[in-house]
Design a protein around this ligand. Structure first.
Ligand code: IPD
Ligand code: CA
Length: 293
């Protein structure tokens, strides 16, 4: 198989897995859910999250037994000693089986399956699927990002970010995250405030990191930033935004007052339609320190 064919095969299988997990999410969406909490009372998980991850992993493992698999719910179930993620150059599937669990619990329809593939630690294939709206975002590194709708049967359309480079004309997204400690909240709220009072057109919290990145790739949002996300929230979205011509980096600045490069395990992300826009935002943000994934 050529490298091209191999990448297409990875994408096809990731789409198959996302649709299988998406069917479970759809089926459970309007039913009562058994909700448990993880790191905090604001960090929710349901049986559907766990079943969706098992469905994705069972399928992808059967197809690619030599690959490595990282999933939100597997990490949550691991012991403290094995929780830490150590990336290798082997093909690594990074999966959030249900991004937007809080939305799922509240029947707020922005929920998604997020499947990213890292090759040599580089985000290379990304699939984000909202099974409620039928929106399927896909990308392969070097081959563009696409959106189709499985409910409306629309063919894939190529995506480009909005190209926006002026914060005062931008629609931006950010989130509070699940850690509501005072010190962190003071910074998080202030980071949103400085962007809004710049001003910008508006600030949104859609409740799914993967969808917010997908929306940047589709030009619906101009930028999104958050501290406290995990690698499974952003692995697929990173490919989408970059392939749509956007910028993905860190929420901290380097010596030249430019955003640092994305460090995928660092739990920080800033993506934007253009690098210029990312620069305007990052210069306003106060950094938040967190242990990496
Ligand atoms: C969460 C969502 C949310 C973001 C959190 C994530 P989950 O993922 O992406 O938008 O603010 O940081 O943990 O828990 O719904 O998979
Ligand atoms: Ca999740």
């Amino acid at each position: 198989m050529t490298t091209e064919d191999k990448l297409q095969d990875y994408l096809d299988k990731a789409i198959h897995a996302a649709k299988a997990a998406g069917a479970l999410i759809r089926e459970a969406f309007y039913s009562p859910k058994r909700i448990q909490t993880k790191s905090a009372i604001t960090d929710l998980v349901t049986e559907t999250d766990q079943l969706a991850e098992k469905t994705i992993f069972d399928y992808l493992r059967s197809q690619y037994p030599g690959h490595v698999f990282v999933g939100e719910e597997s990490v949550a179930a691991a012991s403290e000693e094995t929780k830490k993620i150590k990336l290798t150059d082997t093909e690594t599937w990074v999966v959030d089986p249900l991004d937007g669990t809080t939305n799922f619990v509240h029947q707020f329809p922005h929920v998604a399956v997020s499947i990213g593939l890292l090759i040599n630690k580089e985000p290379t294939v990304g699939v984000v699927f909202n099974p409620i709206l039928g929106e399927l975002f896909t990308a392969i590194k070097g081959r563009g990002a696409f959106l189709s709708n499985t409910l409306l049967n629309t063919p894939p359309q190529k995506l480009s970010t909005s190209g926006q480079n002026d914060l005062s004309l931008s629609l931006v997204a950010s989130e509070y995250g699940s850690d509501r400690s005072k010190t962190r909240m003071d910074i998080v709220v202030n980071n949103s405030r400085v962007v809004v009072e710049n001003p910008c057109h508006g600030l949104r919290s859609i409740g799914s990191a993967a969808l917010q990145m997908s929306f940047v790739s589709a030009g619906r949002l101009d930028a999104y930033f958050e501290t406290g996300i995990h690698v499974w929230d952003i692995a697929a979205g990173t490919v989408l935004v970059r392939e749509a011509g956007g910028y993905v980096g860190d929420t901290t600045v380097n010596g030249e007052n430019q955003p640092n490069d994305l460090s995928i395990l660092a739990r920080r992300v800033l993506c934007a339609a253009t690098q210029d826009l990312a620069v305007q935002i990052v210069r306003k943000l106060t950094p938040i320190d967190l242990p990496s994934d």
